[in-house]
Write a protein that binds this ligand. Structure first.
Ligand SMILES: [Cu+2]
Length: 433
């Protein structure tokens, strides 16, 4: 038997009721009046009060700016995210809003299935962070309804190693740079598990989000047996039951401040040589003009393209979706696809168990894909992890990360970190200086 729900009850029977009562309204912070900007009215960069503003200058002169708020049914939500590399006169808007959209946790025996974002007290159980958990950073105070202030949001920077390296032909010169990321993270407890929701903003324009599962295995799920569990105690006394963590993110993009973004899918096909030649590869671009539930596969990717802004080379700015490793769980209609693009609707916030739309509206993202034209696409990313426990998972469990990146493609005319003496290289042949 599971006691994850009992554990929640121990924290106070009122919480479960509070979750229901506050559904869809439990937003705090400066954006309370308008939790999501309407698509046609992008707000300027970081126009929130100082307490809710995050601004960080990184190596190479790149500055990231955003606003944060807290939603007890999603955790930390980031709004109005802009990127301004050196040489750009103003911040470039990337995201209107980014948030977790569900963590679906089905156990392998089919007897238990959790929705850890909407179905537990995840949002209320925001964890206080000590200074040691936010090295070199600042811990922001989060007002959590019915709980009060929680020192719950860390913003800091972290080295990521080489941003680039290039040696000239004679080996007399090496251009190299060490990159840094802005990190924004919080920890929410969902009974036995603790989820670290981390956002990373790199000096080269990349955005990465990962959810890290840690805490402990449910000690009431040691009954998995041989086919659905893994022995974790002396000999075979306890078999921790296997389960999935299917994490969904909701991304409301607004490239160059405009939510009217185009979606494109790219597929490359390799042809093996028939004679003594070499393999050839062809890449095809498909405009995604209608809502789509997409399957990731080898040599396939998607991007969101600005309809407003171009870089200095005259190329449309875009961001590419780069999913991390995933165990796709085909057990529910909404977990069957790796990515969904749906037309923006304010009430569509959760990939499953969505509430707040007019009655009769389906409550999961797969059902919203119904042929509507994509003008203001919302991107849903689904990354799964089939967790087969191991002895090392006790105790505490080592953090297991799962997530994706948004990678800039033609946002700037060159690498935004290009050193000045290589700037003339853009599309030109000739020796390095
Ligand atoms: Cu797990």
């Amino acid at each position: 038997m599971h006691v994850r729900r009992l554990s929640r009850a121990q924290k106070g029977a009122g919480l479960a009721l509070a979750v229901t009562a506050l559904l869809g309204t439990a937003t705090v912070g400066p954006a309370q009046a308008a939790p999501q900007s309407p698509p046609e009215a992008p707000a300027p960069a970081a126009d929130c009060s100082a307490a809710y503003r995050i601004e960080q200058k990184l190596d190479g002169g790149t500055t990231w700016r955003m606003c944060w708020r807290y939603d007890t049914l999603a955790g930390v939500v980031l709004d109005k995210v802009t990127y301004q590399p050196k040489g750009e006169p103003k911040p470039i808007r990337v995201l209107n809003s980014a948030r977790l959209a569900q963590i679906h946790v089905p156990y392998d025996d089919g007897k238990t299935e959790y929705d850890d974002v909407t179905g537990t007290d995840f949002g209320y159980a925001l964890q206080n962070l000590s200074a040691a958990e936010c090295p070199g950073g600042t811990i922001k105070t989060v007002k959590v309804p019915q709980r009060g202030n929680v020192k719950g949001l860390c913003t800091t920077t972290r080295a990521r190693g080489h941003a680039y390296r290039l040696a000239n032909d004679s080996g007399t010169k090496v251009w190299q740079a060490q990159g840094k990321d802005l990190l924004v993270y919080s920890v929410n407890k969902a009974s036995w598990y603790e989820y670290i929701t981390e956002w990373r903003f790199a000096s080269d324009g990349t955005i990465t989000s990962n959810v890290g599962a840690t805490g402990m295995l449910s000690p009431f799920d040691y009954d998995g047996g041989d086919s659905r569990g893994w022995p974790i105690g002396k000999n075979a006394t306890a078999h921790a039951e296997s389960h999935n963590h299917n994490v969904f993110w909701r991304l409301d993009t607004a490239l160059d401040g405009n939510t009217k973004n185009k979606v494109e899918q790219f597929d490359s096909t390799v042809t093996a040589p028939t004679g003594g030649g070499s393999p050839t590869t062809k890449t095809k671009r498909t405009a995604v003009t209608k809502e789509l539930g997409g399957d990731a596969k080898s040599m396939r990717w998607w991007r969101l393209v600005s309809t407003t802004g171009k870089n200095k080379d005259g190329h449309a700015r875009s961001y590419e979706i780069v999913p991390g490793r995933t165990d796709k769980f085909p057990g529910r209609s909404y977990t069957k696809r790796d990515v969904y693009f749906t037309e923006y609707k304010k009430c569509e916030k959760y990939a499953s168990h969505n509430a707040g739309c007019p009655s009769g509206t389906p409550n999961s993202v797969d059902k919203w894909v119904n042929g509507q034209a994509l003008k203001n696409p919302v991107t849903w990313v689904n990354i799964g992890f089939h967790h087969i426990a191991r002895d090392e998972d006790q105790e505490p469990m080592p953090v297991h990360w799962q997530g994706f990146s948004l990678s800039p493609r033609d946002v700037t005319a060159m690498n935004p970190l290009t050193p000045a003496d290589l700037a003339r290289r853009n599309g030109n042949v000739g020796p390095l200086p």
